[in-house]
Design a binder for this molecule. Sequence first.
Ligand SMILES: Cc1cc2nc3c(=O)[nH]c(=O)nc-3n(C[C@H](O)[C@H](O)[C@H](O)COP(=O)(O)OP(=O)(O)OC[C@H]3O[C@@H](n4cnc5c(N)ncnc54)[C@H](O)[C@@H]3O)c2cc1C
Length: 313
Amino acid sequence: MLMLRNLMLTAANVPVVHDFVTDHPLGRQMAGRFVAGQDLDAAMAAVAELNRRGIQVSLDHLGENTSNAEEAAATARDYVAILDRIAATGAQANISIKLTALGLDIGEDVCLRNVRFVLAAACAHNIFVRLDMEGSAYTEPTLRLTHLLHAEFAGKSTVTGGVVGTVVQSMLYRTADDVAQLVADGIRVRLVKGAYREPPSVAFPNKFDVDENYRLLLHTLLRAGVYPAIATHDERLITEAQRFARQHDIAPARFEFQMLYGIRRDLQERLVQEGYNVRVYVPYGTQWYPYLSRRMAERPANLIFVMSNALRK
Ligand SMILES: Cc1cc2nc3c(=O)[nH]c(=O)nc-3n(C[C@H](O)[C@H](O)[C@H](O)COP(=O)(O)OP(=O)(O)OC[C@H]3O[C@@H](n4cnc5c(N)ncnc54)[C@H](O)[C@@H]3O)c2cc1C
C-alpha cells in the first residue's frame, strides 16, 4: 500500500502527469473537492459554512518550495492579511503555514524573518499559527525553528500553549523522540501519519507500523501534550483516542480532532455531535497541484475515479 503511494507521488512529479491533471477539467474538478477555492473570499465562505456546523478551521494558502525571496516575503504579507481577515470577521479559524513557502530553501534567516512577521501579527490578534511538516529533509529545521520561535514569542499572546506549534509524522522513526521534546517545552503538536514519499532509512515502510506508532504517540500526546490535535480520518485511531481519553479522564475540551477539507464530512459532523472539538484544514489558492497529488496518492480510488471518467469522455 505504501509502495503504491510512493509510486503515485513519484508519478505526480513527471511533467506530463502534471500537465494532464492541471489542464484537464476533471483534474480541476477533483481539486475542487479538496480545495476551497482560488482566493481568500472563497476560502472565507467555506470557513463560515464550517463554523456554522460547529467546526473550526485552519486556513492554508497553498504554495510551497519557493526559491524567490520576494515571493516568500509576499507569502508572509499574505498570511498577515489572512490573520487580519479572520480577526475582522470573528471566524473560528487559525492558520497553517509551510516554511518552504516562507523561504526555508533560500535560508533559515530569510525564513525566520518572514515567520516572525507573521507571528507578530498572530500575537496581536491572539490567533494560533501551525508550522506544517513537510518532507523529512525539513523535519530538523522545522522543529528547530518551532522550539526557537516558541521561546521567543512566549508570553506575547494569550493563545493556549503559545502562538506557534507544529506537526509530527508517525511514519518517521524519530518522531517519539521529537514528541518528547515538544511536550517537554509545552509546544502544541498536530499528530499525522505523514504525506510525503520517504525512504525506509527514515520511515516505516509498512502501514501497520505507521498506524501502530500513531496509536502510541496519540497516547503520549493525550496524556502529556498541550491541546494536541489528532489529525486523521482513520476511524480506528479516532475511536482509540476517544477510548484512551475516557479511560484517563481527559476531557474532550483538552484536545481536538482534525480532518482535511472534503474528506469524511460525515465523521466530522458525528464528532461535533458527540461533543468533541473538530477542526478542518482548509486549503485554497491556485497552486493546488502538489496538495492534490498527495491526496490522490493517499487514496488511489480518487485517481481511478478521475481516470475512468476521463476515459469515458
Ligand atoms: C488536518 C490535517 C493536517 C495535516 N497536515 C499534515 C502535515 O503538516 N504534514 C504531513 O505530512 N501530512 C499532513 N496531513 C496528512 C496526513 O499525513 C495523511 O497523509 C492523511 O491524513 C491521510 O492519512 P489518515 O490519517 O487519514 O489515514 P489513512 O490510513 O491514510 O486513511 C484512513 C481513511 O481515511 C480516508 N482517507 C484518507 N485520505 C483520504 C483521501 N485523500 N481521500 C479520501 N479519503 C481519504 C479513507 O477512508 C481511509 O481509509 C494532515 C492531515 C490532516 C487531517
